[in-house]
Every structure is written in structure tokens, then in C-alpha cells.
Design a protein around this ligand. Structure first.
Ligand code: SF4
Ligand code: SF4
Length: 105
């Protein structure tokens, strides 16, 4: 018999111990030159494994602006593809992991 406790939640930071990066068959590849740093992928990633990192500075007239690009933490990415769907710049492509390529040939 399985006992289920309604409303149960795991302890804080518990999920950091479970690396889920090898779960999916695909992984997202970000083309940094296309990324406009909008943050949509970061917001919608269900595993919170995308963050925007600083990639340099851009001069706009008198002002300087920080250039940000998306970076995936592959240790936790489950390969769901949500980031690829929501990206308005089509900067994220899902690719098949190498270990599955041989199976499909
Ligand atoms: S594929 Fe899914 S889990 Fe991986 S970074 Fe994109 S949204 Fe997050
Ligand atoms: S949604 Fe696309 S353009 Fe926006 S930050 Fe993510 S990769 Fe970059």
C-alpha cells in the first residue's frame, strides 16, 4: 500500500541534490548571437535551470548597456523544450543527445 500525505512538500534545497540532466532525450542549444536577453526562457523554464548572464557591454549613444544572454544549467535541464517554444528570437534549438543518435540510425 502506498501512503500519500496530502500537501507534503520536500525540504528547502532538497531538489538540488537530484540532478535530472540525464532524463531527457533532447537538450537546448542557445545561439548567443541571436539571444536578445529578454528572459522569457528563464521565466518559463519549469526547472529554473536557465539564467541570464552578463556577456559584455553595448554602447548606445552616451549610455552603456549590459548585454545579457541565456545560459542553461544542463545538470538540471530535463529537455522539455519549453524554452525553445517561448523564445521570441528563435535562439534556442532542441538537439538530440549523442547517446540516442545511434539508436535512431
Ligand atoms: S528544455 Fe525545459 S528544462 Fe531544459 S532549459 Fe529548456 S525549459 Fe528548462
Ligand atoms: S527567450 Fe530567447 S532571446 Fe529571450 S533570453 Fe531566452 S534565449 Fe535569449
Amino acid at each position: 500500500m502506498i501512503r500519500i500525505t496530502p500537501g507534503a512538500v520536500s525540504k528547502p534545497l532538497e531538489s538540488l541534490k537530484v540532478k535530472t540532466g540525464d532524463w531527457g532525450a533532447e537538450y537546448p542549444v542557445i545561439e548567443e548571437e541571436k539571444c536578445i536577453g529578454c528572459g522569457e526562457c528563464e521565466i518559463f523554464c519549469p526547472d529554473l535551470c536557465i539564467e541570464l548572464i552578463e556577456a559584455g557591454m553595448e554602447k548606445k549613444g552616451e549610455k552603456e548597456k549590459i548585454i545579457r544572454v541565456a545560459k542553461v544549467n544542463y545538470e538540471y535541464c530535463k529537455g522539455c523544450g519549453t524554452c525553445s517554444v517561448v523564445c521570441p528570437a528563435e535562439a534556442i534549438k532542441m538537439e538530440l543527445k549523442d547517446i540516442y543518435r545511434g539508436e535512431l540510425k
